[in-house]
Design a protein. Structure first.
Length: 288
């Protein structure tokens, strides 16, 4: 009889533990919301692109995973910071901001044809007499768009690293709006130089022989990770590991092939904060 109080205490403790475990279990089963910047193709196209991947992840981690298109990078970062979304699939600059400002955890990024990111290239015409970066002083220069890694952050950080002021270095600096437009402006002599994505330069080189024949690359950045899936700071380690395990090796899983094809990837590769280190440094330099 004297043991009954202890039995009651043990029973109450067990019930409380089970109740807590039940709450945690319920929370763990709540949908994991992954945001992505809506492109010019529109939110519906974005959902169709990533829905197979979300379904694949849901099956692998035993928890619903939903994709949510978001209008802009500032908005998607705000949602990540507030907890409205749990993760995001985003380009290089947005990913670097999420890591630097919000402590987001990079998990993996897609690779297609051996490419998992891009480099910025500063270009000029071969016959323009410009042989080094310093030769662009006082010249006409095209960025692509403010805040873009290859088309804005890289060239400004490069000049800062050379102790040159990007706001005073060029004679005129304008925004082309697109990488291919910036390339063509240099090719046609409308600008003396520009900074563009290496892939866009290579794509145009294949379609227009003049690009390869007449364009010179003066400088090239390191590799900037693209399309990385990141999770919010404070995400349970078990969830991070489960997502990572599901993505790495997905190309070897027959069930993952449709998801990869829809997302436009051949496989996913490991990605960590170190992969963004150069870009994060460049972001800081470009604004000084």
């Amino acid at each position: 009889m004297r043991f009954r109080p202890f039995a009651r205490i043990a029973a109450v403790t067990l019930c409380a533990a089970l109740l807590v475990a039940g709450v945690s279990f319920a929370e763990d089963k709540a949908p994991l919301k992954i945001g992505g910047r809506s492109t010019s193709a529109g939110p519906k196209a974005m959902i169709e692109k990533y829905q197979p991947l979300m379904e694949y992840l849901s099956a692998k981690i035993g928890r619903p995973v939903e994709f949510q298109p978001v209008a802009s990078i500032p908005e998607i970062l705000r949602k990540l910071g507030s907890g409205d979304i749990d993760g995001l699939i985003i380009g290089s600059a947005g990913g670097a901001q999420a890591i630097r400002d919000l402590g987001a955890v990079p998990v993996a990024r897609p690779e297609k044809d051996g490419i998992s990111g891009y480099r910025g290239c500063i270009i000029v015409r071969k016959d323009g007499g410009l042989k080094k970066i310093e030769d662009l002083k006082g010249k006409r220069f095209d960025y692509v768009e403010e805040g873009t890694s290859a088309g804005y952050i890289y060239p400004r950080a490069l000049l800062r690293g050379m102790k040159l002021d990007p706001d005073a270095f060029f004679g005129t600096a304008t925004f082309a709006g697109r990488h291919d437009i910036a390339v063509m402006k240099v090719l046609n002599g409308e600008s003396d130089g520009a900074s563009v994505k290496e892939q866009d330069l290579e794509t145009l080189s294949r379609s227009d022989p003049r690009v390869a024949a007449e364009i010179l690359v003066l400088g090239k950045s390191g590799l900037y990770p693209d399309g990385t899936l990141l999770l919010r700071k404070g995400t349970a380690t078990e969830t991070v590991k489960a997502i990572e395990k599901a993505l790495l090796g997905i190309e070897k899983d027959p069930e993952g092939k449709a998801a990869l094809a829809s997302a436009g990837a051949d496989r996913y590769i490991p990605t960590g904060k170190k992969d963004f280190a150069e870009l994060i440094r460049a972001m800081s330099l470009s604004k000084k």
